[in-house]
Design a protein around this ligand. Structure first.
Ligand SMILES: Nc1ncnc2c1ncn2[C@@H]1O[C@H](COP(=O)(O)OP(=O)(O)OP(=O)(O)O)[C@@H](O)[C@H]1O
Length: 316
């Protein structure tokens, strides 16, 4: 459905070279990316600032022509076939609005129906679903320029879906949103993805988006793919482990060892101990522990994706 083969985008920039002189330099924003995305996948495309995420999305949606390599979406080449492609994809770029600034939100939706020539019944059905799930009714009559960022983003996502695309590209859909809007957007996208017939590619700096939404994580750095796989695969690659934190009535005896787990931090005079779960399940570790110690409280802590990704960026 989406194919990129050795995709590359160079920009020429002018950089300072001495007090007055400026010289031209070529920056490889995307440096040979090859990826295939199958129908129904939900792909998180992440990377540090300037890694090349937005540039990739712009090439996928026909905004920018690649310097070299190949890109196709539904078998269409985005730049020359941009109009045909636009009928089949939805695009949400935080900084570029597809809404009419001075018109009430519902007027933008009406105009989009005419532009895309969507049959009224289909338009109504899609809009109804978005109104319900994204809770739009409170601000449908408000001019777009008066909407909060979170309200506008909910409007943008609706606008991107009204013509019934099967692929949705989103660039930072939750950036700057308040907690409620963030939650609404995430739940909505999760439901959209769960339907199985929508392909979703999103860039984000918020890894909670990825954990909630994406079954595949592509990490890009300096224009190159440095990881492509599930979040679990990323944890496995970096040796991240779940940990078991226990509060004890009495400290453990000296030299205590728990099979399948290694002891980490010991705090509160030995009354709180953290074990990294190496191989065993949390249940087996807990059973081993309660057999020898009086456990007051415990929790299993999942590995932190922020940590793993930070390590990955550093390695990159
Ligand atoms: N129009 C442009 N002209 C010159 N350089 C550009 C242009 N657009 C992007 N770049 C450069 O290309 C590189 C990749 O930028 P891009 O916006 O794709 O990164 P990003 O991963 O989306 O970053 P961020 O997370 O900060 O949005 C950066 O070095 C950026 O400065």
């Amino acid at each position: 459905m989406i194919k990129m083969q050795e995709l590359r985008k160079d920009f020429t920039v002018r950089v300072k070279a001495g007090r007055l002189r400026r010289e031209k330099r070529t920056v490889a924003a995307v440096d040979g990316v090859s990826l295939t995305v199958e129908p129904g996948e939900m792909v998180g495309y992440i990377g540090p600032n300037g890694a090349g995420k937005s540039t990739t999305l712009k090439m996928l949606t026909g905004v920018l022509a690649p310097t070299s390599g190949e890109v196709s979406v539904f078998g269409l080449t985005p730049v020359p076939q941009r109009t045909r492609l636009a009928l089949r994809i939805g695009v949400v770029f935080g900084q570029r609005s597809q809404l009419w600034w001075d018109l009430p939100l519902h007027e933008s939706f009406r105009l989009l129906r005419h532009i895309y020539r969507v049959p009224p019944a289909e338009h109504e059905a899609r809009l109804r679903r978005c109104r319900e799930l994204l809770d739009l009714d409170g601000f449908l009559d408000t001019p777009v320029r008066q909407l909060s960022l979170g309200q506008r983003m909910r409007g943008e996502i609706t606008a991107a879906l009204l013509h019934g695309p099967k692929v949705l590209f989103l660039d930072e859909p939750t950036i700057g949103l308040d907690v409620v809007s963030k939650q609404a957007v995430r739940s909505f996208l999760a439901e959209l993805g769960a339907s199985g017939d929508m392909t979703l590619v999103l860039t984000t700096h918020d890894l909670a988006d990825i954990e909630r939404l994406c079954d595949r994580l592509v990490v890009i750095d300096h224009g190159r793919v440095v990881h492509d796989g599930t979040i679990e695969a990323l944890h496995a690659r970096y040796g991240s482990r779940r940990s078991l934190v226990v509060d004890l009535d009495e400290p453990l005896p000296p030299g205590f060892a728990l099979p399948g787990a290694s002891m980490g931090a010991v705090e509160a005079d030995g009354h709180r101990v953290t074990f990294a779960l190496d191989g065993s399940s949390a249940g087996a570790a807990v059973a081993g522990l309660v057999a020898v110690a009086s456990v007051r409280d415990l929790s299993v802590v999942e590995p932190d994706i922020e940590d793993v990704v930070a390590r990955l960026y550093q390695a990159g």
